[in-house]
Design a protein around this ligand. Sequence first.
Ligand code: NAP
Ligand code: MG
Length: 479
Amino acid sequence: MIDSPWEYAPAPESREIANLKPSYRMFVDGEFVDGGGEPLKSINPATEELLAEVSSASESDVDIAVRAARRAFERTWSTMPGRERAKYLFRIARLIQERARELAVLESLDNGKPIKESRDADIPTAAAHFFHHAGWADKLGYAGYGPDPRPLGVAGQVIPWNFPLLMLAWKIAPALACGNTVVLKPAETTPLTALVFAEICQQAGLPPGVVNILPGAGDIGAALVAHPGVDKVAFTGSTEVGKQIQRSVAGSGKKLTLELGGKAANIVFDDAPLDQAVEGIVNGIFFNQGHVCCAGSRLLVQESIADELLEKLRIRVRTLRVGDPLDKNTDVGAINSAEQLSKITELAASGDAEGAERWTSPCPLPEKGFFFSPTVFSGVHQSMRIAREEIFGPVLSMLTFRTPAEAIAKANNTPYGLSAGIWTEKGSRILWAAQQLRAGVVWANTFNRFDPTAPFGGYQESGFGREGGRAGLEAYLDV
Ligand code: NAP
Ligand code: MG
């Protein structure tokens, strides 16, 4: 182990770029208005300081927003030719690009993710989703759902805090392309970029009511999905809340898609290029502080290479810089909330109690804010909580296997099924393993690759329905 002979000087991005305002209002029927709910306080998880007050919706605001979305659906959006809808989507995509720096800094302030991730992943991919779906808006007749597929109506959409603007894009772009209108509730702890997106809708001249943004807590999400004026519900979040929503919409005739939790296996066979695999493992679990539903949180390593791989992994993880999300050198930022930090801490403690071996990166942590050092557990068994439950943090659980069949059996031994990774030199083994794995996305010799053309979604308790690509259009069409 060679310790780095030199230190990185701080390289902070300016927070001025975020154009942070002291308060934000909700967006209904094309206007920013005060909501009837208790205002939310959005904080910076890296410093615990207050960023802004955000007015939040009441149940009657949900009703007003759904009615506005219905009017917009009937009077303008559903009757507008697809080629005209496309122009708005292209405009929105271009405006996201023009305001990319502002959005990236604001996202890092509100969420805690490193600026290099919001700048290089979240915001460009959000723009890419609008570009991709702009292209579909006038070609829906060629998507394989009949010559003139119809929209559903009003979409009620609820998203989590881990990729605030990107999850918004995954939801709003296909809904609008297909001719639906939208009422979206961002997560309580990360509402800010959704409200700047609302400004972008105004800038793009989007007709009033086509997009409505209602900040609020879980009760507003529940009121939105239960509203009788909603025709389609799209939810991304925890499996627990997903089940509640499924019960709430049962029998209502609403179309439903759920993108829920995961506990992905990242499988390394003995013939894998180890240095490359280490990069993929690190990206798989430490990207976005591990707050990724498809994170490669279970590392399955062939026994014969386990010691060597673990050693290489520890050397690599030691070099990850944890700290100020606005520093361009930061690899791992802040945990999004005190609540999430205590959940991670509690699950990691269960790993100790159940006999796994914990290794923690010796990196220094900032004194303020919510931070958790990158952690690798080895000697993990299938029965342990850290092998079964989603930690949603920078914690990797390493298990071993002897034969390919055992790897597949262990990988599939989970109630989830969102993603998986395979590391091997052999193409035939990649194809064989990908066929056996019960996961919506299987990456081979890479991990956490996202593209709007590729459908994303789960099996089992990871949910149902697909987002992205041609398959993702189905969720927003009456087919
Ligand atoms: P969560 O508690 O399920 O929250 C998700 C969203 O639902 C938030 O906007 C939340 O509002 C809202 N909500 C809470 N209770 C609700 C209810 N009863 N009815 C309707 N909406 C309600 O999830 P989270 O803890 O924020 O996010 C982490 C989880 O999301 C993880 O399990 C992760 O795997 C999953 N996730 C999945 C994907 C995917 O694509 N499959 C992507 C990202 C995250 P509040 O913010 O006020 O709580
Ligand atoms: Mg915040």
